[in-house]
Design a protein around this ligand. Structure first.
Ligand SMILES: C[S@@+](CC[C@H](N)C(=O)[O-])C[C@H]1O[C@@H](n2cnc3c(N)ncnc32)[C@H](O)[C@@H]1O
Length: 342
């Protein structure tokens, strides 16, 4: 692998390193190493869920991250049979009477900074703030806490992800005369897309207070509004890093508005981190970063999900909205592109 390609993978280690630490701390706080030790043999998800009083829906995500990182081991007695988790030399060192407590005190107790707590996981929810269509608390809070740095954070992500989309899937933008980027923030992504594909007229759509401060961009019109009420009409709609913040029910509401906005031959282009469960699917050198992003979403929202599985969850979600068909395209980046057709 060339140095630039390796750097694009390594940078996520630094960007998400503290999230990984929080997820390991959450596993220790839940008592996972002790539960496996006292079980004395590999344990199923449902047995582990009862042992540590944490619902399977949360525990499955945490265990998927921890096994990928070699803290526990996945075992299947036969191909296709139930999955079991087993202790490893590393997880034995993470019991509280070994180095578990030492790890827990690093960076202080769960607090106002990012944290993924065992208490929230046991309640089957994330540790972040609630995002509701009426009052987008999360966004106002982030803007208030981080100010300009938050805008720079979103713009820098948009730059990296949009470059990958342009480089890997230029054909996705053929035949699109107008494209609205829903939740496009200050227009970084749509600005890059109209520059790369000059036939596109771009619309950057975001909350009114966000677009009111957005810079003037060639070929881009900024429109303020609420995606739960309506989305500006266009040939196609893009949603990048939007759906992971919302519950399935609210994603369906957002996608319905996007579907209403496009013409019959149009499409909705979703750019998200897509994680397939188990061994199938897009497991590659970015899988670790994708799983860490899932932990980041679990720590920063109440009901967001990074881990909608390809076959099951995306298909169910898009079917519930009424899309006739969809395809998922993977690339050498943490995001994938899902195109949904009416
Ligand atoms: C995680 S950011 C993604 C920004 C950008 N698409 C990117 O990939 O960097 C989510 C965006 O959704 C916007 N947003 C949140 N609620 C919204 C709503 N109800 N209507 C329109 N945009 C909304 C936020 O202001 C924010 O810019």
């Amino acid at each position: 692998m060339d140095k630039e390609a390796q750097a694009r993978i390594d940078v996520w280690k630094y960007a998400l390193g503290f999230v990984e630490m929080e997820a390991v701390k959450c596993g220790i706080e839940l008592g996972l190493p002790e539960a496996l030790e006292s079980h004395g043999k590999p344990i199923s998800l449902s047995e582990l869920s009862s042992a540590v009083a944490c619902p399977e829906i949360s525990l499955h995500r945490i265990m998927r991250f921890l096994t990928h990182n070699g803290i526990f081991e996945k075992q299947r007695p036969n191909p296709g049979s139930e999955l079991f988790y087993a202790q490893t030399p590393l997880s034995r060192l993470l019991t509280r009477d070994n180095l578990g407590t030492f790890l827990l005190v690093q960076d202080g107790p769960p607090g106002p900074r990012f944290s993924l707590t065992a208490q929230d996981s046991k309640a089957g929810k994330g540790s972040g703030v609630e995002v509701s269509p009426e009052e987008s608390k999360m966004w106002s809070m982030e803007f208030k806490t981080y100010g300009k740095m938050f805008q720079e954070f979103l713009a820098s992500h948009a730059k990296v992800a949009t470059s990958a989309v342009i480089e890997n899937f230029p054909e996705s933008f053929q035949g699109i005369g107008s494209l609205v980027d829903v939740g496009g923030h200050e227009g970084t992504a749509i600005g890059m897309l109209v520059k790369a594909f000059s036939w596109i007229r771009g619309i950057n759509f975001d909350l009114p207070h966000v677009v009111s401060g957005a810079p003037i961009l060639d070929g881009v019109e900024h429109i303020g509004g609420n995606m739960f009420e309506s989305v500006p009409k266009a040939d196609a709609v893009m949603l990048m890093w939007i759906l992971h913040d919302w519950s399935d029910e609210l994603c369906i509401d957002i996608l319905k508005k996007c579907k209403e906005a496009i013409r019959k031959s149009g499409k909705v282009i979703i750019v998200e981190v897509v994680i397939d469960d188990d061994e199938e699917g897009n497991r590659d050198e970015y899988t670790g970063a994708r799983l860490a992003m899932d932990m980041a979403i679990m720590g920063s929202t109440l009901n967001g999900k990074q881990e909608r599985g390809i076959a099951k969850e995306w298909a169910q979600l898009l079917h519930a909205v009424g899309f006739g068909d969809h395809i998922i395209k993977h690339m050498k980046a943490i995001e994938s592109v899902i195109e949904a057709y009416p």
